[in-house]
Design a protein around this ligand. Structure first.
Ligand SMILES: Cc1cc2nc3c(=O)[nH]c(=O)nc-3n(C[C@H](O)[C@H](O)[C@H](O)COP(=O)(O)OP(=O)(O)OC[C@H]3O[C@@H](n4cnc5c(N)ncnc54)[C@H](O)[C@@H]3O)c2cc1C
Length: 309
């Protein structure tokens, strides 16, 4: 089977989410990549070095600079004449482009796959990860989005893919890029961080959230996350949200501070290798998934922990 992986990048470098998608694609067959962007020769070169990559298709055109689904999808559809499956990381941008490709190919999209069971069979989470469905498709072309935490990352070296330019499908004129507000942070990116410290509603205010969570995260070299309740209350920005409707993470260590452990939050972090929970309620559901639990008042425990570190 010939697979095509849409490479997530920022016109400068390949994003980590691409690497797990390559691992998933390699389980199906030959791996070809698509780098669509503007001024992306560096990205294409780096992509060609990813382990197991056979070919890198490069579409370098202003129409792809901002990865608008309306422009990228026709390009992928054009390439699907010669590929059997297209795989996207299940990230915001991947999930924006994939359905348009599936609709244009008149096939069903299989979302958020956790494993490849065969050439046409995959597992995926349903009911916020409380059940795993095995899905078999009879479609001739596959459109898949891949959950990054479910597959190991392919090595960024060792590959010797050939780089081939593809003709741009051009600007469809269906959408235009208006602007982006990108939060700049010195901290590791949430979905690729090895350690995450997340705060919940119990922090009580944005000031307290940052006064307690940030120093602990700094000590640990961690990314900062939050529950939806903390985000909705304005204690933390939207892009911090971990969970069913936020980011899916699986770091080595996840520290949940004042988070109850609602299933929608667990859906985003329960695959973390070690879970540490700090909560004053010993019956809080978070303790059912925690490897280490500290029962007590976070306003005392967190500063104490930060100081001891
Ligand atoms: C469709 C849908 C999607 C959702 N998606 C998400 C999602 O993506 N992510 C997400 O997080 N939620 C999501 N939710 C919301 C989810 O159901 C919970 O409401 C939310 O996770 C609760 O956040 P919390 O744990 O911070 O707050 P709470 O549930 O209010 O928990 C606060 C915890 O802090 C503890 N606490 C209070 N004071 C202290 C103290 N001084 N010291 C120590 N501990 C203390 C309490 O004992 C409690 O356990 C979703 C809900 C729905 C319906």
């Amino acid at each position: 089977m010939k697979t095509l992986v849409w490479v997530e990048h920022d016109n400068q470098s390949v994003k980590d989410a691409t690497l797990s998608t390559v691992t998933a694609a390699a389980k199906l067959g030959d791996v070809h990549l698509l780098v669509a962007g503007k001024g992306v020769s560096g990205v294409a070169e780096a992509a060609a070095k990813i382990e197991g990559v056979g070919k890198v298709h490069v579409a370098d055109d202003a129409a792809y600079e901002h990865f608008l689904a309306e422009n990228v999808a026709p390009l992928i559809v054009q390439l699907m004449g010669d590929h059997d499956a297209v795989l996207f990381p299940a990230t915001t941008t991947g999930k924006n482009v994939a359905p348009r490709v599936a609709a244009a190919l008149d096939v069903m999209q299989i979302s958020d796959i956790l494993s490849v069971e065969g050439a046409d069979t995959f597992t995926r989470p349903i009911y916020a990860g409380n059940a795993i469905a095995t899905v078999q498709t009879s479609d001739k072309k596959l459109v898949l989005t891949v959950r990054g935490t479910a597959f190991d990352k392919a090595a960024t070296t060792g590959g010797s893919g050939t780089v081939e330019a593809v003709a741009a499908a051009g600007d469809t004129g269906l959408s235009t890029f208006a602007g982006a507000e990108i939060a700049a942070s010195e901290r590791p990116e949430l979905t690729s961080a090895k350690i995450i410290v997340s705060g919940g509603r119990a922090l009580g205010s944005s000031e307290q959230f940052h006064a307690l969570i940030d120093p602990l995260a700094d000590k640990l070299g961690a990314a900062v996350g939050a529950s939806r309740a903390a985000v909705d209350a304005g204690y933390a920005p939207n892009d911090y949200q971990v969970g069913q409707t936020g980011k899916i993470v699986a770091p080595m260590v996840y520290v949940a501070v004042g988070i109850s452990g609602a299933i929608q939050h667990l859906a985003g972090m329960k695959d973390s290798k070690t879970i540490v929970a700090i909560n004053k309620d010993e019956d809080a559901p978070i303790f059912q998934v925690a490897d280490i639990g500290l029962v007590g008042d976070l306003f005392t425990l967190v500063p104490e922990l930060t100081e001891k570190l």
